[in-house]
Design a protein. Structure first.
Length: 281
């Protein structure tokens, strides 16, 4: 099992990180999860764009170009023989004596590793359950930062209630899942929270919005309420690992008729074509 530490491909057991790394002590860093399908990186450019945006918002230096990172990640995927899986990559502000403010001098710590991960085909067919959870996170959810305690607590609530995901809301307004974006369908029209500071602008979300534009499916990037959510014909979440995942029950109440809806299924198929288009390149 190989990984990349600071640009070097090495065996996982040989990698070590300083105990005063700011990622470890402050969560002072950012990450990305990129899907691997057919042994190739999926929508890698969009993920790296977001990575550089997150870095800029935190004045975090990434000492590589997108091209260099892509070449490294491709090498890693090949070295580990990943067919269907993910690449996790993380950049922190590096190791320095523990003080809250930015260190005068520190080298970015960069780690990338892979995991095999199947597509959640069974769950996508049947749909999954969700719980509602008050969104207690900070006001820069647009940054894909390592600080995930709000998300961790929300997902834990979901798991404790036998659910797949927690759908977060700030008061009446639905924001996003603990690790996904949320879409509703009402009268064949879609809605999802706009890409503001209150959500992470998911790559799967962006791919899906693109599919809708191309297919002429109406989507409103507008905030909607918990009542809109509970009264929707269909609800689904999107993420790199969950793709287009139907939500068929929320807080024990059925969504629509309790089965994945027609619009959701149509979008699942369209997304699958994107995945498979890759293999034809
Ligand atoms: N929102 C949050 C809070 C997330 O953690 C994720 C997954 N990382 C998403 C949305 C979905 O983003 P993506 O489609 O890029 O995986």
């Amino acid at each position: 099992e190989k990984l990349i530490l600071n640009g070097r491909l090495m065996d996982r057991e040989n990698a070590s990180i300083d105990i005063e790394d700011r990622g470890y002590q402050f969560g002072d860093g950012i990450y990305e999860v990129v899907r691997v399908y057919h042994g190739r990186l999926f929508t890698n450019e969009l993920h790296l764009n977001r990575l550089f945006l997150s870095a800029e918002k935190l004045s975090l230096r990434i000492p590589y170009t997108a091209q260099e990172l892509t070449a490294q990640l491709e090498k890693l995927v090949e070295a580990n023989g990943v067919g269907t899986g993910i690449v996790y990559l993380q950049f922190t502000r590096g190791a320095a004596k523990r003080k809250h403010h930015f260190p005068e001098k520190s080298e970015t710590t960069y780690v990338a590793y892979t995991s095999e991960l199947d597509r959640p085909l069974e769950k996508m067919k049947k749909g999954v359950k969700a719980v509602l959870s008050e969104d207690i996170r900070w006001l820069r959810c647009d940054i894909k930062s390592l600080n995930l305690l709000g998300n961790v607590l929300a997902k834990q609530k979901a798991v404790e209630n036998g659910c797949y995901e927690a759908i977060q809301h700030r008061g009446e307004t639905v924001t996003e899942g603990s690790s996904s974006n949320v879409f509703i369908v009402k009268n064949d029209e879609l809605a999802t929270h706009p890409a503001t500071n209150l959500i992470l602008n998911g790559i799967t979300r962006q791919v899906l919005l693109d599919i809708c534009r191309k297919q002429g499916i109406p989507v409103r990037e507008e905030a909607f309420t918990v009542d809109d959510l509970l009264g929707a014909d269909e609800v689904f979440i999107t993420s790199t690992t969950s793709e287009v995942m139907p939500i068929v029950q929320i807080d024990g109440k059925m969504v629509g008729d309790g089965a994945p809806g027609a619009v959701t299924r149509k979008l699942q198929h369209a997304f699958e074509r994107e995945i498979n288009g890759l293999s034809a390149q």
